[in-house]
Design a protein around this ligand. Sequence first.
Ligand SMILES: CC(C)(COP(=O)(O)OP(=O)(O)OC[C@H]1O[C@@H](n2cnc3c(N)ncnc32)[C@H](O)[C@@H]1OP(=O)(O)O)[C@@H](O)C(=O)NCCC(=O)NCCS
Length: 146
Amino acid sequence: MTRSGLTMEIEIRAASTSDRERVVSFLREQGYPHTIDEEDRHFMAERERQVIAAVRLSRAEPALVLRGMRVRKDCQRRGIGRRLLALVAREIGSERCYCLPYSWLVSFYGEAGFRQIAAAEAPSFLATRHAKYVASGQDVIIMRRP
Ligand SMILES: CC(C)(COP(=O)(O)OP(=O)(O)OC[C@H]1O[C@@H](n2cnc3c(N)ncnc32)[C@H](O)[C@@H]1OP(=O)(O)O)[C@@H](O)C(=O)NCCC(=O)NCCS
């Protein structure tokens, strides 16, 4: 299927309460290992009633944290993640938001206004989480918006 053919058929939107179970199932199917809080907001891409991408927005005072960004493997590199992230960025507005992405995705998150920061600039709970991921062998960085 062509890139434009696929993206035309998909709907990208904030998940409603009734979507929550499907979004959580999707993230689990994608191997997402972390606890998903009841209070999280989710955003999703859907095609023919199937979730094909999702992301969480968690509130962790003093800021928001973007987590669990996943696009289904057969739908990757077709602009869906970019569109989903652009929607989330509009929803976040000017509120401060962090994420801990893989280092090779710095330009992907950069397009949505996230900038890499040093661990010393992050809230301590995030610096601790980042250190834990790095210690487990994950090549992750800390990014912040705005
Ligand atoms: C990473 C991910 C969310 C990106 O979503 P996507 O729909 O595949 O990406 P898009 O097609 O919107 O990509 C937009 C741009 O971001 C960048 N990008 C996307 N995936 C990338 C990757 N794996 N490596 C480097 N750059 C990447 C590219 O610049 C890309 O533009 P291009 O395709 O014209 O080169 C998705 O591929 C995914 O779920 N991957 C597996 C899980 C994962 O890594 N999640 C992120 C955790 S931090």
